[in-house]
Design a binder for this molecule. Sequence first.
Ligand code: PGA
Length: 237
Amino acid sequence: MTKIIHVKTREEMSAIAAKMIKEQINAKPDSVLGLATGSTPELTYAELCSMCERGEVDFSKVKTVNLDEYVGLDETNDQSYRYYMNSHLFDKVNIKPENTHLPCGTADNADAACDEYSELLEKIGTRDIQLLGIGKNGHIGFCEPDTELEARTSVVALTDSTLKANSRFFESVDAMPKKAMTMGMAQIFDAKQIILIAYGKEKVDIVTRALTGKITTNIPASLLQLHMNVTAIIADE
Ligand code: PGA
């Protein structure tokens, strides 16, 4: 079941998402959070950092697992998702670094690293909340359209649409990794609650198709219609 919350601004979207995460942690201090990267969750993380600074939320027992990581980028690269998570959230709240997890983008054997990540997800157990953005092509994590949607974490080739969208963070498309490791669809689904956030005109079409259109692997986010507890917080701008 999808609950859709429609708001005007990115700030309102972020405040609602952060409040939901805060309430989850306050209700269960050792919550397991599934986290996302990209522009969309930036303000949600900023809000959570402020809440932590004000003593409204305590991350000391929280564990996190992220959706994905670029193949070939390590934590010192400012475009790696580990760097993003450290700088937007982990370094600014009282979470224990050993409780934060992302796939290892620089592992010698990427496939083996994906298997290790799947084992870790099993060990950590069902997430209490999974935060998700959505790509303009309907991807979630880096589960891209028109590909075999693996159940487990795997290495995927990024589609032209994703390369084009994310090249804004790099000097050029050529400078971008062409592959990433991503949680599989079954793993993304293994969360008690999913919060999907999206803002801006350029996401309206894909969000509408994903949330209310036909369920199809061509739009991976449309599969969320099959999850029992999804809240989509959608902002106009
Ligand atoms: P964005 O990316 O937040 O940078 O728009 C979302 C996504 O690709 O999942």
